[in-house]
Design a protein around this ligand. Structure first.
Ligand code: BGC
Length: 825
């Protein structure tokens, strides 16, 4: 195998990925901030910040798909004599004597050295604060005194990231700033309806500044050679319209061996309507002053950073595994969980592939993200469930997306994606199993955010299930609507107009026969969960001396619907060797041996094997074998095979992609775990592991840094499939349901530690070669240290001993406190 160039390596002890060459094959980014204030930061300090919503409250400007790539960010320019350089190499690209970027848990540290000076910048968002801290440390390692000129740089975005990019007839006249000592305030539109501003501060007196981009950079210069920096002379410019920026100018003298810290703060403030101004036209800076005072010394900043690190220690302490396989342990213990937090925070809104203006929070996406996150901060998961359910319609259908700032359903995209309702059950059940908090089901939650429409969350779950059974097609399989999980299988679209959206155009729905086997499988899996939940509720009612009749009846009703669905799949959803994918508008089979192309699809194999439909007749085993035979390749399993070589009007967007990319036979990592879980349920541990390791970032990292292209520490949405020009090339890193599914797969199905209503179910599925391993799992008020002895078995528990006492069955009953568990397979 060709030896690939390496750009970095894992540092597990510090939970960091260390990048040692700034010219990575693609910007390798990290996320700062965990709750309200967020930043994206690349390995050369590119990126931007926003408050809660990447579209409506963009704080700094970023230009996607720029030339050169990844231009714009928080930049420090150091002018040392005639040499101008940046610690992160960009934008000047002055060759450095040393470069290192350490991406850690919600922080990034970038260090550069040039001509005997080291500049190290630590970037993070302190807990519960609305700002990005940039602690820059300059050190003189040379023998001579250094006289340095330091320029900082941020470019303001005019808040709405979408109009910021297009409405220039207005934008060029609205920009306003104020300057007060070492703080530059951005207050565009504050005079009218906005009650928020941003600021950029440094904790030292400055010798100059700039707030007008053209004055600082020069109209025909670039970030790489701003005139003010090149000449070593700030312009002290005051922006009126055009493009406001913030740049501090600081003269720094460093004796040999001397080191100085500079604390820069990029902050965001909201004021009450009646406290907006301290004088006519002058913004009220009280809250900014307060925030600055909290972080104006090295000691305060170090303390805030230590708190952030402690916060992550605690989060990552909840599930810890020791298998002796570093590549597995680092993903489970660090990066997979970290990526789950990030996707939970952003859904699919802001990454280096998602521009932050395209979509808000997805209904299905966010429910799935929950499963990777719920063990970390259950109260946030709880709130998320309520927010999502509030965007549901009374008939169980749902807005496909909502905006995080307003929490309102997004009218541009609307509803009609018929898998959406099932995911609410998926997310809610995961929450209750983790927390034991059944009270969430009694929460009163509106439909479409309309006051007065509130019903219990349980009722939302009920109408979700109903939505599927009230929308069945001619084969008694679920009607697909606009699309199911695969947004690109648009069976009711029929568009030949390139200006129409495949997702939102439904040219014909009347008389549709388009049905989805993916939803059928999803319905069976979530339907069984729903039935189990109803039974659990019935049991609890009885224990409380109440009547369980409603829940018992509901369990029976839905069990029957599930049974009927299973029969429908067995009768009309099986192709002989695998499950069909769908029926199209006219009732023709999709994903069948009878088709010319795309004879087999992964989604229905995943969901129908997870649902164990027809396992007793060998259907599950055959389907899993078919995945290995037709879908698997070196880099994972492709979505469909053979790839579409031409556009099919009846199928929609899926066939619009070139072969091997995205939904047309790309390795859409999100759905690989579905088959892996199917393998685990079937007890085929070797196969499960081999599929899993193929898309596990740490294994890819070892072999394919150049080919893979995107960050080697997280999963990406799609890896080019076997039919592509460059199989193995990754795209759409970070924000993908893959994160949660990889987590769910490894934590619950491979390592086999499954939260359940009354305790933890132990059910691993391992490769035959697996050695003993230990999982430390904090669960509600308990802490379990569980050691598993596989004894060469792939599946099946022989004995469980809890604190020295044998346990009957596979569930360790929950009780608070510390417990030691020994499991033999
Ligand atoms: C979307 C998901 C969708 C998937 C497959 C992703 O980009 O966020 O909602 O299920 O693509 O089409």
């Amino acid at each position: 195998m060709e030896q690939q160039k390496r750009y970095g390596h894992f540092d597990d002890q510090h939970r960091e990925y260390v990048i040692t060459d700034p010219q990575t094959p693609w910007p390798w980014i990290n996320y700062l901030g965990n709750e309200d204030f967020f930043s994206l930061i690349s390995n050369t300090a590119g990126g931007y910040s926003f408050y809660k919503d990447a579209k409506f409250r963009r704080i700094t400007r970023y230009r996607y798909n720029n030339v050169p790539m990844d231009n714009g960010g928080r930049y420090f320019y150091i002018k040392d004599g005639d040499t101008v350089w940046n610690p992160g190499w960009k934008p000047c690209k002055t060759p450095l004597d040393f470069y290192e970027c350490r991406h850690g848990m919600s922080y990034t540290r970038i260090t550069g050295r040039k001509q005997g000076v080291e500049a190290s910048a630590l970037f993070f968002v302190p807990l519960k604060k609305w700002c990005e801290v940039q602690k820059l440390t300059l050190r003189n390692d040379s023998q001579a005194t250094k006289q340095l000129k330091l320029f900082s740089f941020e470019e303001w975005c005019l808040w709405n990231a979408a109009t910021d990019m297009e409405n220039f007839q207005r934008n060029f006249s609205t920009g306003e700033v104020e300057i007060e000592n070492s703080t530059i305030y951005h207050k565009t539109e504050y005079r009218e309806r906005r009650n928020h501003y941003a600021f950029y501060h440094v904790n030292t007196p400055i010798q100059g500044f700039d707030t007008d981009r053209e004055s600082f950079i020069g109209l025909y210069n670039e970030f790489a050679d701003p005139q003010a920096v090149m000449e070593g002379k700030p312009r002290n410019s005051h922006a009126h319209g055009w493009s406001p920026i913030a740049s501090h100018y600081i003269e720094v003298t460093l004796q040999p061996g001397e080191q100085k810290d500079f604390i820069f703060l990029l902050g965001y403030v909201e004021n009450e309507q009646d406290k907006k101004f301290e004088a006519p036209q002058v913004i009220n800076k009280e809250k900014a002053h307060q925030l600055i005072a909290e972080l104006d010394t090295t000691e305060k900043v170090d303390r805030a950073f230590a708190e952030l690190c402690k916060y992550w220690d605690a989060l990552l302490d909840i599930y810890k595994v020791k298998t002796g396989n570093d590549k597995l342990d680092r993903m489970v213990n660090i990066w997979n969980q970290y990526q789950c937090m990030v996707t939970f925070n952003f859904s699919r809104s802001a990454s280096f592939f998602e521009s932050g203006v395209g979509r808000g929070m997805g209904f299905r996406d966010s429910n799935q993200d929950l499963v990777g996150f719920v063990h970390q901060i259950p109260p946030r998961a709880r709130q998320r469930i309520i927010d999502i359910a509030s965007t549901q319609f009374p008939d169980g259908g749902c807005y496909h997306q909502y905006q995080p700032l307003t929490k309102r359903g997004n009218n541009d995209i609307g509803g009609g994606f018929n898998d959406d309702p099932c995911w609410l059950i998926f997310g809610t059940v995961a929450y209750i199993k983790e927390t034991g908090d059944f009270s969430i089901l009694d929460e009163m939650v509106p439909f479409d955010n309309q006051p007065g429409t509130e019903v219990t969350l349980f009722e939302h779950l009920r109408v979700s299930m109903n939505h599927v059974i009230e929308n069945l097609g001619p084969h008694k399989l679920p009607l697909i609507g606009r699309a199911d999980w695969n947004d690109c299988l648009n069976l009711n679209c029929f568009s030949m107009d390139p200006n129409e959206s495949f997702q939102t155009t439904e040219n014909v729905t009347e008389g549709t026969k388009a049905e989805s086997l993916m939803i059928a499988g999803l319905f069976v899996v979530t339907g069984k969960d729903y039935v189990a939940l109803c039974k659990e509720l019935a049991r609890r009612r009885q224990d409380d001396g109440g009547s369980a009749d409603v829940y018992t009846a509901e369990a029976e009703r839905m069990q029957q619907a599930v049974d009927e669905m299973i029969e429908a799949v067995k009768k009309d959803g099986w192709d002989g060797e695998w499950y069909l994918r769908a029926y199209d508008f006219f009732g023709n089979k999709i994903g069948s041996n009878e088709c010319d192309e795309a004879k087999i699809f992964i989604e229905s194999q995943g969901w129908c094997t997870m649902a164990e439909i027809g396992a007793e007749d060998g259907m599950v085993a055959k389907s899993l074998d078919a995945c290995k035979k037709y879908l698997e390749c070196e880099h994972g399993m492709v979505l469909n095979n053979p790839a579409f070589s031409k556009f099919i009007y009846e199928y929609g967007e899926i066939s619009s992609y070139p072969e091997g990319y995205k939904e047309n036979a790309g390795i859409f990592c999100h759905n690989n775990p579905w088959v892996i879980i199917g393998e685990c349920i079937a007890g085929r541990g070797d196969d499960a592991w081999s599929h899993y390791a193929k898309i596990l970032p740490s294994y890819v990292e070892e072999k394919y840094q150049t080919l893979h292209k995107v960050e080697p520490y997280v999963n990406c949405q799609m890896v080019a499939g076997k039919d592509a020009a460059r199989p193995g090339e990754g795209k759409n890193s970070w924000l993908t349901g893959t994160a949660a599914w990889m987590w769910y797969t490894v934590s619950e199905f491979i390592l086999g530690i499954k939260p359940d209503y009354d305790g933890i179910r132990i059910d691993p599925c391992l490769p035959e070669t697996a050695s003993d391993y230990t999982v430390c799992r904090k669960f509600r008020e308990a802490e379990y240290e569980i050691t598993i002895h596989p004894n060469g078995q792939q599946k099946g528990i022989k004995s469980i001993v809890l604190d020295g006492q044998p346990v009957k069955g596979a569930v360790i009953p929950y009780s608070a406190g510390k417990h030691i568990v020994e499991v033999n397979m």
